[in-house]
Write a protein that binds this ligand. Structure first.
Ligand SMILES: *[C@@H]1O[C@H](CO)[C@@H](O)[C@H](O)[C@H]1NC(C)=O
Ligand SMILES: *[C@@H]1O[C@H](CO)[C@@H](O)[C@H](O)[C@H]1NC(C)=O
Ligand SMILES: [Zn+2]
Length: 383
């Protein structure tokens, strides 16, 4: 575009920033920001919000806040984006603080704002605050909860271990049948807190209302495995094979020196493949020495969003991290974007890797951010 002399405008930058945000290309995103500043483009609220989204989705929420503060005419989309950014990073109290500020002298929060704040409460375990906000939403703002709000509430109550309350909440949804997403959140809570009997009940119900969704089969076979009903696991798998139901393929991207590299599970397409695999194997054996136990050995038959079997140690995020460690010098933070939810094994392994390689590792998965440092994760294993 530049070669042809076509002048970019604000919508060009919005598109560029959205592309950067999707794959976590913070290097390019910063370049766009500098370009905007250097060429004296007006930082209107639309462009500002695109920048904020790019920064928070690429892992730098404080930079997003800087942009937010510099936007003069903040509209509801900008406020909501900032609250959502805090939520994604598990900064629940900052999200609430901003939400209060907004209620006080910002635009009137709408239904989308409430999704952002409730989700922030869920990710940070702020149950009392979340309950109160939900009530406020209905009573003071007169908003009718949509599926998204219901999911946030079930997720929040469920994660925090209030399973009965969560289940009651689901059953009280009327007059329509609760949406599959609500049941899925309920199932996640059952899994997390090892209430397998209720989990099986929920998963079977979920499958009966959406029999063509491959994700539900995976969840059902998971919960059977966890409940120790191996015969049923086999059965579900066979149905999947018979119906040719395919799971989504997992991949991770990493931004190194302004270039984005993509890895899929067991990927061998990279020119430095051998080096990456050797290094990853070495890394994993050092993790084991430090106390890491691969999940395949403890939970043999569980099926995650990605296949377990052989592939566990070569999940895309592990490959991307090995590559990142090889390609960057000491002290450089590693940033990964993963299209699916991170599996528990990767989550544990990366904690060890952050110690052994002495690096900060940031992973954005389908749901949220994980900042790994010195052997722990910012989510406090709360995801
Ligand atoms: C975010 O950006 C700020 C300002 O550019 C920088 O000082 C900080 O180190 C960055 N934080 C992360 C986590 O990258
Ligand atoms: C918010 O309300 C609008 C208009 O009523 C509706 O179209 C939209 O789906 C709602 N979004 C959420 C997240 O509830
Ligand atoms: Zn985490």
């Amino acid at each position: 575009m530049q070669d042809l002399g076509v002048k970019p405008d604000s919508s060009t930058f919005v598109s560029l920033l959205s592309a950067c945000a999707q794959v976590g290309a913070i290097g390019l995103g910063c370049w766009v920001h500098e370009y905007i500043a250097r060429n004296c483009f007006d930082l209107n609220v639309v462009l500002g919000t695109a920048l904020m989204n790019m920064y928070s989705r690429c892992g730098n929420v404080s930079k997003a806040r800087e942009v937010f503060d510099s936007v003069e005419e903040k509209n509801i989309v900008a406020w909501t984006a900032m609250i959502s950014g805090y939520g994604m990073h598990g900064h629940g109290s900052q999200a609430i603080e901003l939400f209060n500020e907004m209620s006080f002298d910002g635009p009137r929060p709408n239904n989308v704002t409430f999704v952002a704040i409730l989700s922030a409460c869920a990710h940070a375990g702020l149950v009392d605050e979340g309950r109160q906000i939900f009530t406020t939403m209905k009573q003071e703002y007169g908003l009718v909860p949509s599926v998204e709000h219901q999911v946030c509430m079930v997720d929040m109550l469920g994660r925090a271990g209030h399973l009965n309350e969560a289940y009651q909440f689901v059953k009280n949804i009327s007059p329509k049948e609760p949406a599959p997403a609500v049941w899925t959140a309920m199932l996640g809570a059952c899994k997390m807190h090892k209430h397998f009997d209720l989990g099986v009940e929920v998963a079977e119900h979920l499958l009966s209302i959406e029999p063509e969704n491959p994700g539900h089969y995976v969840m059902l076979s998971n919960i059977y495995a966890l409940a120790g009903r191996m015969d049923r696991v086999e059965k579900v798998r066979n149905i999947m094979i018979r119906n040719r139901l395919k799971k989504e393929v997992g991949y991770s991207t990493i931004d190194v020196d302004h270039k984005v590299y993509l890895f899929s599970m067991g990927d061998k397409s990279h020119p430095k493949t051998n080096q990456i695999y050797l290094y990853l194997d070495e890394l994993m054996s050092r993790c084991r020495e430090a106390g890491y136990i691969p999940a395949s050995e403890s939970v043999m038959h569980e099926v995650e969003e990605e296949e377990r079997e052989y592939a566990l140690r070569y999940h895309s995020e592990k490959l991307a991290i090995a590559f990142g460690l090889l390609k960057t010098g000491p002290g450089v933070a590693i940033r990964i974007v993963k299209n699916l939810r991170m599996c528990e094994d990767c989550h544990t392994a990366i904690k060890y890797i952050s110690i052994i390689a002495n690096r900060e590792i940031n992973v954005r998965d389908r749901l949220r951010f994980h900042h790994f440092k010195d052997g722990s994760c910012s989510c406090q294993d709360y995801w």
